[in-house]
Design a protein around this ligand. Structure first.
Ligand code: SF4
Length: 416
């Protein structure tokens, strides 16, 4: 007879929300729609804008994984209506795998020559392979794939499995263990690596991510070799065992906001909350059938015409690279999260509004309502953590009492 399990024996449940499985937040139900590679069409964006207006709180939220979410849904029937319309728009091609389609891709791939190849077809292939593999439905909603086109942007974001074009390196939880594949072999290798992780994890379902598995990168590599082509691990600094692989020249990997000469526009979104009106305007202005949601709370679209920038700025979108809003993020905070000790979005909005234009490359700033640090960016950042009696600022290995305004100053290396 099997031993009975008490609630404390059971592995913690993976509560990552999806389109079919809502999260009960303090301010209502929240659903998340996965967008592999951040890709959606203008008509799909219109559908989500309408749902934000009709069923949610009037905004479509952009996540740090290039997905979209709606919050403050009233009840289960609202969740069902949203799921039906999302499915009808072609954004829910699977019920079994919907929460595991976490797939980042370089957002300017195919539009900008800095990349070594266009990874968009690989996004579609990897998504199809994931959906076609019944066993991979048991990956957690947190497991993350990334396809970097060689510009080293999404390779900085802490994916469990990240393939990089040009070098062909497959990094496992940020580590180069010598696995290599060309563009034709990358998708099969990513699928094989995910399967190897699941086999090694066994029934320890609380091991959600590769980094949770002790010695995970080495074990997965050993499980794949010798069928996978291997090489000596690259000794360059970007192959350190940290969770990221930084651009070789140390530049900020986020696409620069603004209108480019090639008809590509990158529009930033304040605190990742895209209003219904902004979403509809972007959909109306898009000239091609593809809009990309980036993991840096911005959108990429092809558009040309008179006064595009003026219309987007008037709508409240960010097109100026000197905007103090860029690189500033916050968790949900009060009133949406029951654990929050502060209304972090209100506090950071007040601080940014009092800030002038910024110059040069600055660290990201993230403001959180408690010690869980939800949504903390991968890599170096300035954190403002609500404590119940103010905020604590964490920057460069130091910690001190402060305010969100002090966090904004700290990203430029100043103290207030
Ligand atoms: S960091 Fe804390 S307050 Fe913010 S969303 Fe997470 S649990 Fe809630």
């Amino acid at each position: 007879m099997p031993a009975s399990t008490t609630p404390s024996d059971r592995p913690p449940e993976d509560r990552c929300p999806g389109a079919l499985r809502a999260h009960q937040a303090a301010d209502g139900l929240l659903v998340r729609v996965r967008l592999p590679g951040g890709q959606l069409s203008p008509s799909q964006l219109r559908v989500l804008a309408g749902l934000a207006r009709d069923e949610a709180d009037g905004a479509v939220e952009l996540t740090s994984r290039g997905n979209l979410q709606l919050r403050r849904l009233a009840d289960d029937s609202s969740v069902r209506r949203v799921a039906d319309r999302v499915a009808g728009a072609g954004l829910l091609p699977t019920a079994t795998h919907e929460r595991v389609r976490n797939l980042l891709a370089s957002p300017l791939s195919g539009r900008d020559p800095a990349g070594r190849l266009d990874v968009r077809p690989m996004v579609r292939d990897l998504d199809a392979a994931l959906r076609g593999a019944a066993d991979l439905a048991s990956l957690s909603g947190r497991f993350l794939f990334a396809l970097d086109d060689g510009r080293h942007d999404v390779s900085t974001l802490g994916a469990d499995l990240c393939w990089t074009g040009g070098s062909g390196i497959l990094r496992l939880a940020g580590t180069d263990t010598g696995l290599r594949a060309g563009p034709d072999g990358a998708v099969p290798l990513l699928i094989a690596a995910a399967r190897a992780f699941l086999r090694l994890r066994g029934d320890r379902r609380d091991l959600w991510r590769l980094a949770d598995l002790p010695d995970g990168p080495a074990l997965v590599t050993a499980a794949l070799a010798p069928s996978a082509r291997t090489a000596a691990p690259d000794p360059s600094p970007c192959t350190s065992a940290t969770a990221t692989a930084a651009p070789p020249d140390g530049t900020d990997p986020a696409p620069v906001v603004g209108a480019r000469r090639d008809g590509v526009v990158v529009a930033g979104v304040r605190l990742g909350r895209l209003t219904t009106e902004q979403a509809q305007l972007l959909a109306d202005l898009a000239d091609s059938d593809e809009i990309i949601v980036t993991p840096w709370r911005s959108l990429v679209l092809d558009t040309a015409g008179p006064d595009i920038v003026g219309r987007l700025v008037t709508a409240g979108l960010l097109l100026d690279p000197a905007s103090p809003w860029l690189g500033v993020t916050a968790c949900t905070g009060r009133p949406g999260c029951a654990s929050a000790l502060a209304d972090v979005r209100r506090d950071v909005t007040e601080a940014v509004t009092a800030t002038g234009p910024v110059r040069g490359r600055l660290l990201p700033v993230h403001v959180v309502g408690c010690e869980r640090h939800c949504g903390r960016p991968a890599g170096p950042a300035v954190l403002a953590v609500a404590t119940g009696s103010g905020y604590r600022i964490e920057a460069g290995g130091t910690s001190r009492p402060g305010t969100p305004a002090a966090a904004l100053a700290a990203r430029a290396g100043r103290q207030t």
